[in-house]
Structure formats: C-alpha cells, structure tokens
Design a protein around this ligand. Structure first.
Ligand code: F6R
Length: 612
C-alpha cells in the first residue's frame, strides 16, 4: 500500500527520495511524487500517475528541484482516482505546508466543509489535502508550527503516517503517526523517515519506531521525538539485521521466484534457533506451561495467506491438542462478537505486522482479555509490539506482493507450536516427538528436492496457462493448502480460481465442471486420499482436466488416471504442507509468467494493507 520516504541531510534530496520510492514500489501503488524544500524556503512538488520511472522522467524533463530536505510518496488510491492531482505530496492553499500521508482520515469530509466555509479551495479529492490545508489553517492562525501540528492531529480522526514540510523551516521535516507504520532512520549523511525499513537499508540500519501519537522533528543532525503531551521521548534505537542484498533480485527475473527459491533457507533460519539437542524451544513464550494448560479455546487470525495458515493451524492444533481451535478472518473477527476471554489464546499471523484488520482484531482480542501471540515477519512492526508474545519468522524481507517464503515460515511455526504445546500438555510420546524432530531437521533438504522438480511444474503450467477457470480441491490439511494454491494463482495470473473442500464439490460447484476447466487435486493426507481421488474423478468425468499433487509413493497410482502429477517427498503429517505448497507456488508463478503478467506487482494489490 502507500509508501513514505523522507530525507534531511547533506546531499541533494531528489536522488535519495527516488531511490527510496523505488524500494517501496513492491508495496503496490498507482502514482508517486516528491516535494523538496530549497534553502530559501521554496517547496517544489513533482508528482505523476503511474510508475516511479515516469515520475523520474518528469523530474528530469522539468526545472530542477534543489534542496537537501524532502519527502516522497507512493500512493495506492483510496479517496479519489489515481491521477496526477490526487497523487501526494499535497499542499495547503498558500503552498507553505506540504504533506505526504499513509492511512485514512475518516472525518475528512467534515473538515473539508469547515475549511471551504472559510474560503479554502481544494484541488484534489484526497483526504490528505485536507490534512495539509487544516495544518496551514492552524499555522496561519497560531503562527507556531508545533501548535499547528498538534491542533491538526487533535482534529483529525483515523489512521495516519505523515511527513510534513513547512516553507518557513527549510532545514527540517516533521513526522507523525497513528495506526500506520513510520520509522526514523539515523544515517551518517543525514536522517530519514520511511514507512518501511527496506527504503532505508542502503543508507542506514539504525532505526527507531514512532509510536502512536508521537511527533518527530527531524533535521540533518538531530531527531527529537515528542509524545502526545509534547514531552520529549527518549527513543530506543534498533539495528536492522536485514541486508540490502536480501531486498534485491540477485539475478532472478522476479522477486517472487527468488523468494520461492529462498524457502529452504528461510525455513532453516526459522527452525534452527528454536531447536536444540532434539528439543523445541519457544523462549519467546517465557517457557510457561500454564500458557497452554489454562487454555480452553484457540483463535488463529489473519488475512489472505496468513489466514490460510490459520486454517492449517486449526486442523493441526485442534487434532493434536484437543482444544477447540478456529481460524478466523481478521476483518470478520472484530465485528462478530467472538467468544473470547482470559482462557482464550488468540494467535495473530501477519507477514508485515501492519495489516490494519489484523491489528484491529488483535486489539479486540486484548480488550476481551485474551492472551495474544503474534507470528510476524517484520521486526518491530505494530502487531509484533502490541501482542503479549511475539514469535518471529526469520524469512527476511519479502518484496513480491504474493507471499511465499513468509507463508512457509508461518506454516512451519504453527506446526512447531503444535508439537511444543502438545508436549507441554503431556500428549506426545518421546518416539512421536523424535520422529517429528527428525523430519523437521530434514525439511530444508526435502524442500530443495521439491524445488529441483521445477521443470515438471513449468511444463504443466505451459499446458494450462490459457484456461479461464481452475479449481483446487482437497480434504483436511490438503483443503487448507488448496486455499493458498488458489489465491497464489488468481492474484498473480488473474485466472479465476476457487478452492473447495473436495467433498463439497458435488453440492453445487460440480455444475461448473466441463471441458476447459482445470481441477488441481491435492491428495497427500493418507486418511482421505482415496476420497479426494473419487471427487477428482467426478470432475474429470464431466470433462474437466485434472492435475494431481501427491506424495512420491502415490504418484504412480495417479499417473494412470490424470495427465499431470506433481509429486513431493513424504514427511511428517505436520510438515507435509510445507512441501506441498512449493509446487503450487511454482505453478502459479509459471502460469503468470506464460501469461505475461506483472508478477511482483499484480494489479490492484498492495503488499501491506493498512486500510480496512
Ligand atoms: C497473498 C498475500 C496477502 C497477505 C495478506 C496479509 O499472497 O500476500 O493475502 O497474506 O494481505 O498480509 P500480512 O501477512 O502482511 O498481514
């Protein structure tokens, strides 16, 4: 979703801002812009619908933008269509105050009317222009910049990460946040703000995270942060471990394929710190057995792929712990009056740690007294900071919009947590435990074996990439995985695709089975394998084609019946999903590649969804 970069330093701001914006491109956007303030207090703005490359062309073609202080923005349209006028930065009427903004100002209409009654003219349809104009209104009235900032923040309702320039203060920029991420980077050549750490990695790894309602005043050699009461806050500095190369393509044609290929390593990094002498440790949970013993129900909450991990988790946790477990979409959870109290464990899963729906669900769970545990990839993100406990996936920066390696590491952690809790409940035998750990240790190598079969998947993808409709079917954990396989395919290839519990197909959807439809049957769960097979045959009998994803030992049986079989090695039931997902990710990738899609930046999508 929208991205912010800001710089205050020694060198010219434009190249720094453009480079930062390019690093933020992966988040998804439809227009971009920069504003730079020169030493004599003139703020110049350039903005353009479309890609950063076209903004760069505009900047190069027009009068230069001198200055070492500036802000930049990638916009994912919410209020007003994507066009040059609605792009950020947005300015107050006199041009004194210029703003970039992530989030949504909920009461913008009312403020706009208030200002219009006082003669303010608006150029755009955005809620952000309201912020700039309102701040200018207070600034002109009060004559004090910080008074104006606080009055404006008091008045607006909603979520915001803001970068603000004022023409009377050419050496500084101001930042503020509430319910939208914003961090400060401390560099040798100046200081930065960014909505996402990837925009800063080539300049600095030293950052602090702005908290809700904090305001920062940033100059080239100083950062001062104030709380809502205007008292100075002593910010803790963090070192970001991710390096620059992790956020670069490294010879691959897309981030998505690079990230798919990185999965053995991501899985290794996620499991090894938690495995010692054949035992699983989650020190993050305080090693407190009461944590799970007192638990009467479990909710696993997330959006999109993170929710799909939740569905896998529901099957695993409920079966092995014998505690009722429910996967719930974050956007539904908070409005469904869920039965949640102090003996409920609420697990929130999020790659970015900034998804607004997941954040809101977490807060709702806390409000109801639940114990909350977050599984998050981005260190220091809002969800990570607000949950009672946080377990990090060590997947590294994930740049492609479609998640792959973060999903895999989330799957892994849900599986490891299942065994860890099962052990704490005294429900696992030593033999079972050892068998699981053996397979855990073998998982990265088995993932390598699956990745080595890419040729077969490519061939299958090139056979079916032209179809209009695909269905993913499976039962139990295979069904949960189909949800993710289907989402991967539709989000990057734009092929209509649905996922069904295989047994459900004949209750309506089977009417869609005809020649030209592909059914991807996932058949790896031993106990229901034959039943999935029968459901697949019901579809092929009506003219649909079928591709089967199964384990090596069953591949031979399916080869007789269907045209393409994607096989994976067998592993422990609780780890099989980690192997199964890889062919589905690769299939989606190669289908999209054959169709010439913009794989890393699918249309209309954003990496981190910070609006409701
Ligand atoms: C799909 C995808 C999305 C995210 C969802 C949640 O490939 O990436 O469905 O899984 O938007 O995002 P996070 O995990 O950042 O909360």
């Amino acid at each position: 979703m929208c991205g912010i970069i800001g710089f205050c330093g020694e060198e010219e701001a434009v190249p720094v801002l453009l480079e930062g914006l390019e690093k933020l491109e992966y988040r998804g956007y439809d227009s971009a812009g920069v504003a730079v303030i020169s030493g004599d207090g003139v703020i110049r703005i350039r903005k353009r619908k479309g890609r950063i490359a076209s903004l760069r062309e505009k900047i190069e073609a027009e009068e230069p933008l001198p200055g070492t202080v500036g802000i930049g923005h990638t916009r994912w349209a919410t209020h007003g269509e994507p066009n040059d006028v609605n792009a950020h930065p947005q300015a107050g009427m006199s041009g004194r105050i210029v703003v970039v903004h992530n989030g949504i100002i909920e009461n913008y209409r009312e403020i706009r009317q208030f200002l219009e009654r006082r003669g303010y003219k608006f150029l755009s349809e955005t809620d952000t222009e309201v912020v700039a104009q309102l701040m200018e209104y207070y600034y002109l009235g009060k004559g004090d910049l910080m008074d104006a900032v606080y009055s404006m923040l008091d008045r607006i309702k909603g979520s915001y990460a803001l970068g603000i320039l004022c023409s009377d203060y050419p050496g500084q920029l101001i930042a503020a946040r509430k319910d939208a991420p914003l961090l400060i980077g401390y560099g040798e050549d100046g200081n930065y703000i960014a909505s996402d750490v990837t925009a800063l990695l080539s300049h600095t790894r030293t950052v602090s995270y702005l908290e809700d309602e904090e305001v920062a005043v940033i100059t080239k050699d100083q950062v001062t942060v104030y709380d809502a009461g205007r008292l100075v806050v002593d910010k803790e500095l963090h070192t970001v471990e991710w390096d620059v190369s992790a956020a670069e393509k490294g010879g691959y044609s897309h981030f998505m394929i690079k990230e798919i290929m990185e999965q053995p390593e991501a899985v290794r990094k996620t499991l090894s710190p938690r495995l010692r002498d054949g035992r699983i440790f989650f020190e993050e949970l305080g090693e407190d057995p009461a944590f799970i013993r007192n638990c009467s129900s479990i909710y696993i909450i997330g959006c999109g792929s993170a929710y799909h991990v939740g569905v896998v988790g529901k099957y695993m946790l409920e079966k092995h712990l014998r505690i009722p477990a429910e996967a719930c979409l974050a956007s539904e959870f908070r409005y469904s009056d869920p039965i949640v109290g102090p003996d409920t464990l609420v697990i929130v899963i999020s790659q970015s740690g900034e998804t607004l729906d997941s954040m809101a669900a977490l807060r709702e769970a806390k409000r109801r007294g639940a114990r909350t545990l977050a599984i998050v990839n981005v260190i220091g993100s809002s969800i990570a900071r607000e949950a009672d406990y946080v377990i990090y996936t060590w997947a590294g920066p994930e740049i492609a919009v479609a998640t792959t390696k973060a999903y895999s590491t989330q799957l892994l952690l849900i599986s490891m947590l299942t065994v860890y809790f099962k052990d704490q409940l005294g429900k696992i035998t030593p033999e079972e435990y050892d068998e699981y750990v053996d397979e855990l240790l073998a998982l990265p190598d088995k993932l390598d074996q699956v990745l080595a079969r890419v040729g077969n998947i490519q061939k299958t993808a090139s056979k079916y990439f032209n179809l209009d409709s695909m269905f993913f079917i499976g039962r139990n954990l295979d069904y949960a995985l189909g949800l993710e396989g289907s989402l991967k395919l539709k989000e990057i290839s734009y092929i209509h695709s649905e996922s069904y519990a295989a047994g459900e197909l004949k209750h309506g959807t089977i009417s869609l089975m005809e020649p030209g439809v592909l059914v991807v049957a996932i058949a790896t769960c031993e106990s229901v394998l034959d039943k999935t097979f029968s459901n697949m045959v019901e579809a092929t009998s009506r003219g649909a084609d079928a591709v089967v994803l199964t384990t090596e030992e069953h591949a031979g049986n399916f080869e007789k019946t269907v045209k393409a079989v994607l096989s994976v090695p067998s592993t422990h039931d609780l780890l099989q999903a980690n192997l199964n997902i890889v062919p589905l990710q690769l299939f989606a990738y190669y289908v999209a590649l054959n169709r010439g899609c913009d794989i890393d930046k699918p249309r209309n999508l954003a990496k981190s969804v910070t609006v409701e």
